[in-house]
Design a binder for this molecule. Structure first.
Ligand code: FAD
Length: 462
């Protein structure tokens, strides 16, 4: 009997995870994988760290390669682009980018892991986006150039467009390298999708204190240049000198190859917990997929490596008939460590819930993380967002400044959101108390009691 052939399109984080799981579970499986890039498994999260000098060697930001996948038994085709998919005849058209040869490949099962690509800035002409020193931030190739530019004396002014987590990290990295940095966003706050203003106000003040010019509520209209090289960024309110511009305004899923797939408004492919699409024998994973969001009950693309690797494991397990390995839902759990702020959030922010028309309430508390009788303690900011009627937890945010980091508290709150728990169920989680680490009435419990109308802490705000 012919072996079942599984073809994987895209072998970065999601695809690599799928290939490894497929073959770890079933070494005899025929797995063929294509990627148009010449490298796989590059950790983009390390780009800003390498620009700023914390990561000394950008080549350390890989954890897999085509040889390792080949050793497991996969047939890996690097620099091969899939240019068409016929889901009726179950065939792909593939172009070898090194020689231009085109050929057809058949599949029994298909895992679509083509990921995402940085969005252009709406309204900015394409020819401006192509100016010298206007850059994107995604690939190893981008990383090498961005690192080189950080040490170029001719690059004095850097403009980062987009104050999401990637943009803020890059702004900090170039500032550490002594550049004049401007960070622009058309939104009125930084990281607005993940954090409410109790957290972003402090972060914004710290960004400004570092010397970064923070231009919020400004829409980038165009770039001005000299001899094809960028020299200025023009916004709705001002012009900023720019020897280097980095565009970080979000990511678009690469899903054009599957026009028949059910998709969300931004083009991500709707999948079930096993990552199956509506097309028979086609699974979609990683940034290309929209999983069920636990807070909203809607399918949403949450473009994070965490979801990419888990979705790869789930799809591979589904194909291999390994039951119980599913991503029932996601909560969009994320963290950011910038300008001395340690922040993490999960689920919906208060602003996010309001934008979706969800009837949500919130409680914000600031409290010492350890009893005041200890030699020192750290003021910790914490916020919960919950459905008003049911008190179901919808979101949580935590923040400290300095050496003490409480971001890991977000893990159990993410699980609570994924399991659709209400605040009182969360309150009675059996956590420990030890003065070295926390308080008996810690900031999570304090916030929940306040939401329940039991207010011991008169300073907590609602
Ligand atoms: C700068 C940066 C920092 C980040 N930091 C974090 C972080 O700290 N934490 C976190 O969780 N996430 C982070 N992310 C997000 C994370 O990197 C992505 O969610 C992850 O890369 C998604 O993996 P993926 O495999 O689904 O997609 P991608 O990484 O986009 O990979 C898709 C692959 O498919 C290939 N491909 C596409 N089309 C085709 C085709 N037609 N034929 C063949 N091959 C094709 C591409 O070449 C690529 O290799 C960061 C991302 C960036 C850019």
């Amino acid at each position: 009997m012919a072996k079942e052939k599984v073809v994987v399109i895209g072998i970065n984080h999601a695809g690599t995870s799928a290939v490894r799981t497929l073959l770890a579970q079933k070494p005899e499986l025929e797995v063929v994988a294509f990627d148009r890039n010449d490298n796989i498994s590059f950790l983009g999260c390390g780009i800003a760290l390498a620009v700023g000098g914390t990561v000394k060697n950008v080549n350390d930001l890989f954890y897999c390669n085509e040889v390792k996948l080949g050793d497991m038994g996969a047939k890996v085709f690097m620099e091969h682009e899939v240019i068409a998919i016929d889901t009726v005849s179950k065939t792909l058209s593939v172009r070898d980018l090194r020689g231009g040869r085109e050929f057809t490949e058949s599949y029994g099962k298909l895992i679509y892991a083509a990921g995402s690509w940085p969005l252009p800035i709406p309204g900015v002409p394409e020819k401006s986006m192509k100016m010298e020193n206007v850059m994107l931030c995604k690939l190893y190739q981008h990383a090498k150039e961005l690192i080189e530019k950080a040490d170029e004396p001719g690059i004095g002014s850097v403009v980062v467009i987009g104050a999401g987590y990637i943009g803020i990290e890059l702004a900090e990295a170039y500032r550490q390298k002594g550049k004049k940095v401007t960070l622009i966003d058309f939104e009125k706050r930084v990281v607005p999708r993940y954090f409410d203003n109790e957290f972003t106000n402090i972060l914004e003040a710290d960004i400004r204190k570092s010397g970064v010019v923070l231009a919020l509520g400004e829409k980038v209209i165009d770039f001005a240049g000299r001899d094809g090289r960028v020299a200025e960024v023009v916004t709705s309110k001002a012009r900023y000198p720019a020897d280097l511009v980095i565009v970080c305004v979000g990511f678009k899923p690469n899903t054009e190859l599957l026009p028949a797939a059910e998709k969300t408004a931004n083009g991500a492919i709707v999948v079930d917990p096993q990552m199956r699409t509506n097309i028979p024998d086609v699974w979609a994973i990683g940034d290309a997929a929209a999983m069920l969001h636990a807070s909203t009950g809607r399918h949403t693309q949450v473009a994070l490596a965490t979801n990419a690797v888990k979705s790869g494991i789930a799809a591979a397990s589904s194909i291999n008939g390994v039951s119980g390995v599913e991503v029932a839902n996601v909560a969009g759990t994320n963290a950011i460590h910038v300008f001395d702020n340690n922040l993490a959030s999960t689920g919906l922010s208060e602003a996010g819930a309001a934008a979706l028309g969800i009837d949500a309430a919130s409680v914000y508390v600031e409290d010492a993380d350890r009893p005041e009788f200890m030699e020192d303690y750290t003021i910790t900011r914490f916020k919960i967002i919950y459905e008003r009627g049911t008190m179901r937890l919808l979101g949580a945010q935590v923040g400290t400044r300095g050496a003490v980091n409480h971001s890991e508290v977000i893990y159990f709150l993410a699980l609570a959101i994924q399991r659709r728990m209400n605040l009182l169920e969360v309150a009675f989680t059996d956590v420990y108390f030890l003065p070295h680490f926390n308080k008996p009435f810690n900031f999570v419990l304090t916030a929940i009691l306040k939401a329940a109308g039991i207010n011991y802490d008169k300073t907590a705000s609602r």
